[in-house]
Write a protein that binds this ligand. Structure first.
Ligand SMILES: Nc1ncnc2c1ncn2[C@@H]1O[C@H](COP(=O)(O)OP(=O)(O)O)[C@@H](O)[C@H]1O
Ligand SMILES: Nc1ncnc2c1ncn2[C@H]1C[C@H](O)[C@@H](COP(=O)(O)O)O1
Length: 227
């Protein structure tokens, strides 16, 4: 029996990994996809034509970047839907609007008009009954110092040159955002409680929790559809 069957995780599950920059989403995405034999959906950082420019000048490029991310993530959603699930997704579409676009608007690096245009587009594309929400959002959290060390260790130049206040602001916003998030079931994992890089067995308790959560939420969904 494989891990997916052992923990009762349906073959068509869609699991999205959320959390601030550097917390370990991509690493967790790979570990879960390996363990469950699922496909992955990654953010493309190296080929993003706006990201470098955005970090040089938030005001000039924040709207362009948000539109680019929205288009990319929507294409990925479509792909996941067409395959019929069985995916681990690196970052949720909810974070683009709930964290990034909102933060840049509120900090004055995206204009009110651009933000409104973006929100209208986001709502029209995403917040419809036809948009499938994930079975589970896994929220990775940890201490600010640990996350900052990971950003430094990864060493993307554009992120190294960004003031620490930017990462602090994002960290605080993530905390508030997840406490109020209710678009799909959430499993919170603290990065101090597992180490999928150095201890492969630490993924097992995570798989067990995922199985439990998805079974509960599917039961809940089907009983509410029946009544
Ligand atoms: N469990 C872990 N222990 C130690 N370092 C980790 C762990 N998970 C990720 N990292 C490291 O932290 C950095 C950021 O991880 P990454 O998965 O790219 O984060 P994200 O996708 O959230 O931005 C990378 O250098 C990665 O190797
Ligand atoms: N929606 C976004 N707006 C601005 N910046 C974003 C958005 N989504 C991702 N990013 C940035 C943050 C990081 O520098 C890279 C990749 O994110 P990561 O959390 O490391 O996967 O893109």
């Amino acid at each position: 029996m494989n891990a997916r069957e052992r923990y009762g995780i349906p073959h068509d599950s869609v699991i999205t990994i959320a959390g601030t920059v550097g917390v370990g989403k991509s690493t967790m995405t790979n570990a879960l996809a390996d363990a469950l034999n699922f496909r992955t959906s990654f953010e493309k950082v190296d080929t993003n034509p706006y990201l470098d420019k955005f970090y040089q000048d938030f005001e000039r490029w924040s709207f362009h970047l948000q539109i680019y991310f929205l288009a990319e993530r929507f294409k990925e959603q479509k792909k996941i839907f067409e395959y019929g699930g069985g995916f681990i997704q690196d970052r949720s579409i909810y974070e683009d609007t709930g964290i990034f676009a909102r933060m840049h608007y509120e900090k004055g690096t995206m204009s009110a008009t651009d933000y409104e245009t973006y929100r209208n587009l986001f709502d029209a594309m995403v917040m419809t009954p036809y948009f499938p929400h994930p079975d589970l959002l896994i929220y990775l959290e940890g201490s600010f110092d640990d996350i900052l060390s990971r950003i430094k260790e990864r060493g993307r130049p554009m992120e190294q040159e960004t003031p620490i206040e930017y990462w602090e602001e994002m960290f605080t916003r993530y905390d508030n955002w997840i406490d109020n998030f209710n678009s799909c079931p959430v499993l919170r994992l603290n990065i101090a409680d597992y180490d999928v890089l150095n201890d492969k067995t630490s993924i097992e308790p995570v798989l067990e929790k995922i199985g439990h959560f998805i079974q509960q939420s599917r039961k809940w969904r089907s009983s509410h559809l029946l009544t």
